[in-house]
Design a protein around this ligand. Structure first.
Ligand code: SF4
Ligand code: SF4
Length: 135
């Protein structure tokens, strides 16, 4: 009699993979990311499209600053202390390098000014790069 593990193994045989080789299938030897991007631009390397983003995917946060009422609820619920309150402006600043994409700040915001986007391309060598700060 097949065990639950056996059933799972058989199911996996017919299931589509959840990931793929992104951005390229075969990474050229001794190539930096910048060189790779140049090769893509010159048509020497083809980008392998990412798998379809699932419904309710939790990517980089979008902040609608003008809607924010400065209530600080998001700051209180954030488990990774990624949200900093700016007292003078009564607005917030989010550090993406600290965010664990739990969406608790989105759920608690009384005016719905926080949203999870589909953006997952967040790799960066500088954690304080403007791309890594949402404000
Ligand atoms: S998604 Fe979670 S970890 Fe990221 S800022 Fe919001 S509460 Fe913090
Ligand atoms: S919970 Fe919403 S309204 Fe309150 S400070 Fe955070 S972003 Fe602004």
């Amino acid at each position: 009699m097949p065990t639950p593990m056996g059933f799972e193994l058989i199911r996996q045989l017919f299931h589509k993979p959840a990931t793929n080789c992104f951005p390229v299938k075969y990474y050229p030897d001794k190539t930096t990311v910048t060189e790779l991007m140049k090769k893509v631009q010159d048509g020497e390397v083809k980008i392998n499209s990412p798998v379809e983003i699932p419904e309710k995917f939790r990517g980089k946060i979008i902040y609608e600053r003008e809607k924010c009422i400065g209530c600080k609820l998001c700051v209180r619920v954030c488990p990774s202390r990624a949200i900093q309150f700016l007292p003078e402006e009564k607005k917030i600043k989010i550090r993406i390098d600290r965010c664990i994409f739990c969406s608790q700040c989105n759920d608690v915001c009384p005016v719905n000014c926080l949203h999870m986007s589909e953006n997952f391309l967040l790799a960066n060598e500088d954690r304080f790069d403007s791309e890594m700060i949402v404000e």
